[in-house]
Design a binder for this molecule. Structure first.
Ligand SMILES: Cc1ncc(C[n+]2csc(CCOP(=O)(O)OP(=O)(O)O)c2C)c(N)n1
Ligand code: SF4
Length: 478
């Protein structure tokens, strides 16, 4: 009698892996490594729920960093230990997706120990697979928080000793002290019986998320023959016989009655309510709001200078005017530790569309209040954009011929107005004149809001803005 063996490759795993030319059928994992087995179970469970097209797999830093070569789903690879934070964001932004975090013990229990604790404590509706092989596999076998007592690693060559290295951290037990996690189980891979249990736990952890139950984590004890310096067979035995003494297998949490509000959908906030929510009421504005936009659909401003030049305030003016103009707005400040004199910049996006990220890599407009700002950001400005620089403090103008470069002697003009601190408003006026995503009226309407605590400055600022406009008009005429 002949027996026909049928091996099924889950649909959620690529048929061929593009990672290495000529070896498109092999993974990068060592023979006997647990990662490959767990990948298979995860992919099978994704298939079981028919969620291949709806899945986002969050790869860690560690041996599983290349999981995106194998899983034919949505993939993202994140910084060391940050899978729970990334998974939180992904799931909250897309509550209908299946979000899977996959982490090793170095990733989850060492550098990412804080992240996992808080994601579990919030009861995020995500699924985390925690591969505990008691060692840093990828970097050559250093001690991990889960390394067994007396276990030899490259950083504990005589074995792990409590007085120097502390004790193995038991993640399932630790997380089970929290109220919010919905499901915590520790399983192991190494023989068919254990593998089957692991497969079921993986399936259940995904099912929980599908049913909006909340945070599920499966810890999988997993052999690392290479760093353990064992044959694959010996490593599998060691995993089942020795690892389980320190890390007892079993279910540490299976369900609760807490109502944690899954799926957590973003609460819709009417745009007109946003200024009041963030404390930027516009009751002093008497301008007809919808007329404030200009024809520019989206503008990304980088406003840069040193602390005390009012670059953050300039950004706030743009943002406030943007809100009045019913734009989507983001304002992100960045400054050094000093209160005065250090560098400061802010990124402001004004858009007719939802803004994905407040980070601006290629500004459409750079407003440079001093020379270091030119050196730091001029090269980043998108071709076709503009650089507006404060010629009072910039000796070497930017050498770009694919962007509009406009000088404005902001400090001299401000001095003439009797107050050097309004140089930023002069530049704002200049910005309006070279073409801005908000109108002059919107900026004027924003002034009382931004200068709420010092209304006496409003008139002077208006003058400074007007002077900036005139300065650019004069440059254009010359
Ligand atoms: C911020 C940062 N710190 C350290 C490293 C080096 N590093 C890469 S992988 C790794 C540990 C991986 O071990 P583990 O999470 O247990 O996964 P394994 O490789 O065993 O699957 C470390 C420390 C890094 N890449 N980034
Ligand atoms: S080093 Fe260890 S964890 Fe990494 S691939 Fe090899 S066996 Fe797996």
């Amino acid at each position: 009698m002949s027996i026909e063996l049928k091996h099924r490759c889950p649909t959620s795993i690529h048929e061929e892996f593009e990672r290495k030319a000529g070896q498109t059928w092999t993974t990068h994992y060592c023979p006997g490594c647990g990662h490959g087995v767990v990948h298979k179970y995860v992919a099978e469970a994704i298939d079981d729920f028919g969620l291949q097209d709806n899945t986002v797999f969050v790869s860690p830093v560690g041996c599983a960093v290349f999981a995106y070569y194998y899983f034919d789903v949505g993939n993202i690879q994140v910084a060391h230990g940050r899978a729970p934070a990334a998974a939180t964001a992904l799931k909250r932004a897309n509550p209908d997706s299946l979000v899977i975090g996959y982490q090793g013990d170095g990733d989850l229990a060492a550098i990412g120990g804080n992240e996992i604790l808080h994601a579990a404590n919030r009861g995020e509706n995500v699924t985390i697979f925690f591969i505990n092989n008691a060692i840093y596999g990828m970097t050559g076998g250093q001690m991990a928080p889960t390394t067994l007592m007396d276990m030899k690693t490259t950083t504990t060559p005589t074995g792990r000793h409590a007085e120097n290295d502390g004790f193995p951290i038991r993640v399932c037990e630790l997380l089970s002290t929290l109220d919010a996690p919905y499901y915590l189980e520790r399983v192991a891979v190494g023989d068919p019986k254990h593998n089957n249990k692991a497969r079921k736990a993986v399936h259940k952890a995904i099912e929980n998320q599908v049913n909006n139950k909340g945070f599920s984590l499966v810890e999988i004890l997993s052999p690392c023959p290479t760093s353990w310096k064992m044959s694959p067979v010996d490593a599998a035995h060691y995993n089942l016989e020795e690892m389980t003494k320190t890390f007892p297998l079993g279910v540490y949490r299976d369900g609760h009655e807490l109502e944690l509000g899954h799926p957590r959908r973003r609460r819709e906030v009417a745009q007109r309510d946003i200024p009041a929510i963030i404390g930027a009421e516009v009751e002093q504005s008497d301008v007809d709001l919808p007329d404030h936009t200009t024809s520019i659909d989206e503008a990304r401003y980088k406003v840069s200078g040193f602390g005390g030049q009012g670059v953050l305030l300039l950004g706030q003016m743009l943002s406030q005017a943007g809100m009045l103009a019913r734009r989507q707005v983001s304002w992100m400040p960045s400054y050094g530790p000093e209160m005065r004199g250090g560098t400061a910049n802010c990124s402001v996006t004004l858009s007719m569309q939802e803004i994905g990220s407040p980070v601006i890599q290629n500004p459409s407009v750079l407003v440079a209040m001093n020379q270091p700002s030119i050196e730091r950001f001029a090269r980043d400005v998108a071709p076709g954009g503009a650089i507006l620089y404060n010629s009072s403090m910039v000796d070497q103008p930017p050498e770009r011929d694919d962007v509009e470069v406009v000088p404005v002697a902001a400090n001299e003009i401000a001095d003439r107005l009797g107050d050097p601190t309004v140089a930023n408003m002069v530049v704002l006026g200049a910005l309006l004149e070279i073409g801005c995503a908000v109108s002059h009226e919107a900026v004027l309407a924003a002034l009382p809001v931004v200068c709420k605590s010092r209304p006496q400055l409003i008139e002077l600022n208006k003058k400074a803005i007007q002077e900036g406009i005139s300065a650019v008009q004069a440059v254009k005429l010359s």
